[in-house]
Write a protein that binds this ligand. Structure first.
Ligand SMILES: Cc1ncc(COP(=O)(O)O)c(C=O)c1O
Length: 358
């Protein structure tokens, strides 16, 4: 379906105020936003406007009952200067999976992708080109009906805004396997990209950081034994030459990087199994010398090598080097920059009026 997306341009760009190639993610924002309202049972008035604050009623339901979901994606610049999206249809699908779980209206998936393309056609000058950089895109939806009471809201906003982002973890990371707090239990909201999941992770992450770790490694809610995922990443281990990653058992977010990495590893000839992984298996592999590599995989971070897992009073360490993880990281980056053939068909170029070479 083709949509009419009204465009109102900013009178001046703030681009000259920031060094987009030397920036930490999340501090600077581009000039525009895509916005669409849900009212009277339908999505309406999709538009691009100068980035602005949105008036919020104190009774806006997202603030009280937490109907808020989001996505995270990155745009890079292709060789011919076109912005490139990575599997945007998967983000559109996942947003709707989250919306369904949280009792929110589904957003048309073709409008999600069309909105991103139109937004990037305006904001492409904001895509950084330094190594490991990209334009981080944040599509999200929240309930903005003013109402007190526990039911699904009848008014929502869907918005896309963007922030130029440099590389995230340049060094291997240390993970704290958490045995007091949980992120998700089966039947809960862990499979959805719901804002509340992240709220509940903030304090445990602060405590892990105070112990010297970068992120929490979440364990299952019943036994604190089976590995789920990391703060904003899925996790992969290489034990005795084979790759394993926790299965999506109902409490793990279905990462788009995760699904891509599984394909890449298999394409490189590795066996990859999705199954429950117990902490004691990791400890035993470490004791036997068969624990070879581990990495976290997610859009914001890319591939982050793991050098240590702290668990109770143990420190499980990984050998330096990570040859396969480095290779996967490199291939994924090359695909995202059109430096190698995109044989999986993951890249979606955005057409510009006049592309400018990188
Ligand atoms: C909890 C969680 N797990 C995993 C991921 C990785 O997902 P993706 O690869 O789609 O970014 C993310 C990031 O979105 C996340 O927030």
């Amino acid at each position: 379906m083709s949509y009419t997306i009204k465009e109102t341009r900013a009178t001046a760009s703030k681009l000259h105020e920031v060094d987009i190639n030397n920036i930490v993610m999340g501090h600077a924002f581009t000039d525009h936003m895509f916005i669409c309202d849900y009212e009277d049972g339908k999505w309406q008035n999709p538009r691009i406007e100068p980035l602005h604050e949105i008036p919020t009623h104190p009774a806006a339901m997202a603030l009280h009952y937490g109907q808020a979901i989001f996505e995270g994606m990155k745009a890079t610049l292709g060789k011919d200067g076109s912005p490139l999206l990575f599997r945007p249809d998967e983000n559109a699908k996942r947003l709707n999976f989250s919306a369904d779980r949280m009792g929110m209206p589904l957003f048309p998936e073709d409008l999600f992708v069309e909105g991103l393309k139109r937004f990037l056609a305006i904001e492409h000058h904001w895509i950084p080109t330094s190594e490991g950089s990209a334009l981080y895109l944040r599509p999200f939806m929240y309930a903005d009906e003013a109402f007190i009471g526990m039911r699904a809201a009848t008014k929502y906003k869907f918005i896309i805004f963007a922030s130029p982002a440099g590389p995230f973890f340049s060094k291997p990371i240390k993970l704290w396997a958490e045995t007091k707090f949980i992120r998700a239990a089966n039947g809960g909201t862990g499979e959805a990209k719901a804002a509340g999941n992240y709220a509940a992770a903030i304090r445990p992450t602060e405590l892990a950081k105070a112990k010297g770790y970068d992120q929490v490694l979440w364990l299952d809610a019943r036994d604190f034994e089976y590995i789920q995922e990391v703060g904003t990443m899925n996790i992969f281990f290489k034990i005795a030459g084979k790759w394993i990653t926790p299965n999506l058992g109902g409490s793990v977010l279905a990462g788009i990087t995760r699904m891509s990495v599984i394909d890449l590893l298999r394409d490189k000839g590795y066996e990859v199994t999705e199954r429950p992984i117990a902490m004691h298996e990791i400890i035993e592999a470490s004791e036997q010398g068969s624990l070879e590599e581990a990495f976290g995989a997610g859009t914001a971070v890319g591939i982050a090598m793991v050098e240590e897992i702290g668990y109770q009073d143990m420190r499980i360490t990984f050998p330096a080097g990570n040859p396969v993880s480095e290779d996967v990281k490199e291939t994924l980056n090359q695909i995202k920059l059109q430096e190698v053939e995109d044989k999986f068909g993951w890249i979606v170029p955005v057409e510009l009026g006049i592309p400018q070479p990188r």
